[in-house]
Design a binder for this molecule. Sequence first.
Ligand code: NI
Length: 167
Amino acid sequence: MTRRKILRYPDPRLLTVAKPVTRIDDALRRLIDDMTETMYGSGGIGLAATQIDVHQRVIVMDVSQKRDQLVVLINPVILAAGGSASHDEGCLSVPGTTIRVRRPAWIQVQALDREGDLFEVRADDWEAVCIQHEIEHLDGIVFTDYLPVAQQEKLRKQLATAGNRRR
Ligand code: NI
C-alpha cells in the first residue's frame, strides 16, 4: 500500500468528472488499498479517487469512532434521498476549512464492493454526509461550491498562496 498525494483545492484536476469502473481487477484493488492508506494516514473519514488524481468512480470511507469499519463504494448511485440536515464538513483537499452544508438527511445507495458484488445501503447522519460529499468529488464538485461566490474567491486566493509557500 502506498500513501498517495492528495490534490489541493483549487487544483483544476478536482473538477474532472470520473468514469465508471468497468473492471474489478488487481489494479483496481491496489488503487483501493492506496486510497485506504491515504485516507487513514491523513485522518479523513472519506476519500474519492478524484482526490488522488485517478478519475474512476471509487470511494473509500470510515465514519466509525474506532476507525475499523472501512466501506468501499464502486460506481455508487443514490437511489433515494429524504429529509434535510446541516453539518460542518471538512475535506482533505481543502485543509483547515469547514463549511456548513445542508443536504438530504438520509440516502439509499447502490454500489459495488471490492469483490464486484452489488450491495445497497441506507445511510444517515455522517455516513450520508460523507457518501454525498464523496460522490460530488467524483462528479468534479468540491464542497466550496456551497459558499457564496465572493467567499469562494477569497478562499481560492488564500489556499493558492498557502500552496505556494509550501513549495
Ligand atoms: Ni472532500
